[in-house]
Design a protein. Sequence first.
Length: 431
Amino acid sequence: MNGEKIFAKGTNWVPADAFHSRDKERIPLILEMASDLNCNIIRCWGGNLYEDDIFYDICDREGILIWQDFAMACAIYPQDMDFQSRLSKEASSTIKRLRQHPCLALWAGDNECDQAYSWFGFDTNPNTNVLTRGVLPEAVRQHDPFRSYLPSSPYVDPTSYGKGDDYLPENHLWGIRDYFKSDYYAKFTCLFASEMGYHGCPSPESIEKFISTDNIWPYDNEEWLLHSTSPLPEIDKRYNFRVELMANQIKVLFGTIPDNLKDFSHASQISQGEAKKFFIELFRSDENTRTGIIWWNLMDGWPQFSDAIVDYYFNKKLAYKYIKRSQRDILLTFREPKNGFIELVAVNDIEKVSPLDFTVKDAHSGVTVLSGQIPFIKDSVTSLDTVEYISSEQKMYLINWTDCFGNGSNHYLAGTPPFDFDWYKNCISKL
């Protein structure tokens, strides 16, 4: 940006409301949160609609870059001349409406359509897709030639076709959504994640607004399924796993599933917050190699159980607080264990150079395990010190520091799950 490399920290954008007549009143409030979270990029996902001008006007003002998918997603689209003509007109109109916005950083052909060729059993190279390799790049060339164009997200280029996800430099990291530090997440090879999410239950107060009294608890009922992206729970059962997935993520982290809604919601929000914090910090602590993460997602467009960190009623889940810490321009975090140690690093996404004072304490014992001052290197990841790591010993480290912006804080959960729910709550309350 303006000749300087930036690390992308941001969120995927879905429709602001299921009833689009309400979008305009919700968009400013949602973008205010994106700015508060220090997001510098938003990906307008291909299953979306093209947003109202107010969306792009606010992003111009706030300095939030836009990755704009054309409106195709998760399917194999017609290749005939009639469809090509219709898509060309749609794309040309959209490009000419949006090209004057400085926030617009990238045009992308679609969401996951390259991968859809393998999902549906077609033995077809997605690079033969005339829509994303011919029609759309030509529309961009004619009407906005100085902006970059990506054929699909993830883009299966001629080199990676037939070789698997390890050859994709940009990818959507979903996996089976088990423990968030499992090998799938910890050992991926992509350099940029444009989707990466984890479930989090809304608060009981929000659930009471969209689930009838008789079905609020326990969770294994049709209304919870209906509000978990399963529009016909008895007929279309492809998405019926999502509620149980959310419960299993709690069980992996804490060893048991709470028997009441209050604790279930709280435990789920901790699970989601820890996961998204881990994803972001895993990428940021390796900024010398990786270039960005756009997590899924900021806001729900209708009342549901989802990966969003803010529910439909604008009630923030715990992950909101964790992500705000993790996306601070200056961040102290631990890298994952290596050779029996965890390494404390300072991530600096700005050009300023200033001294930084820090302390790391064991939350349970209160003992200071690290402290010091460093001359902070601009726009860098700096190694500070190490702490011994034993996987069988469960600890929470509380990290505090003072920098040019004031006081910063973070935490790191060490050891192998399951963790005790009450122990976790007691430790985190000391941050």
